[in-house]
Design a protein around this ligand. Structure first.
Ligand code: SF4
Length: 150
């Protein structure tokens, strides 16, 4: 399966206290007024990549404990997102985090099974806080065993 990906790079801020590789999907149908990533609204601003091509890029960072999917809106490419989160867990044995403008309650179980950390809701400038998550309307969920803690 293929998906549109804009950029991949190492990050120290998206999962607190962890080294991560951030995967920015391109394309977002939510289109918040305050979006700070408007260049990623159009999926064509990314590159169409296969699962294997993306996995190869992620393999390059041996130190990263997490792979973080963000965008754009990763859940707009739900089938590709489920495939990639599954392969990151099984093939790379890394933990997986997701930033989404959608709410936790609408995420499919097939995706939730592959995640350890989720930040839900779009960044909103008027709710900016100087911490993590970046705006107070966003909700963070962490998996402990089989339970999600908020
Ligand atoms: S969901 Fe995220 S990427 Fe999409 S418009 Fe809102 S802030 Fe921008």
């Amino acid at each position: 399966m293929d998906g549109y990906v804009a950029k991949v790079f190492t990050t120290f801020i998206d999962v607190p206290d962890k080294i991560s590789v951030a995967v920015y999907f391109s394309g977002c149908s939510i289109r918040c007024k305050e979006c700070h990533n408007k260049e990623l609204w159009d999926k064509k601003n990314g590159t169409l990549m296969s699962e294997d091509e993306l996995l190869k890029k992620l393999e390059d960072n041996k130190l990263a404990e997490y792979v973080v999917f963000l965008g754009g809106e990763p859940t707009d490419q739900m089938d590709f997102l489920i495939r990639m989160t599954d392969r990151v867990k099984k093939d790379l044995k890394k933990s997986v985090a997701l930033y989404t403008g959608r709410e936790f309650e609408v995420l499919p179980q097939e995706l939730l099974n592959n995640l350890e950390l989720i930040v839900c809701g779009p960044y909103k400038k008027e709710f900016h806080v100087g911490g993590w998550p970046a705006s107070s309307n966003q909700r963070a969920f962490k998996k402990e065993g089989t339970k999600w803690l908020h």
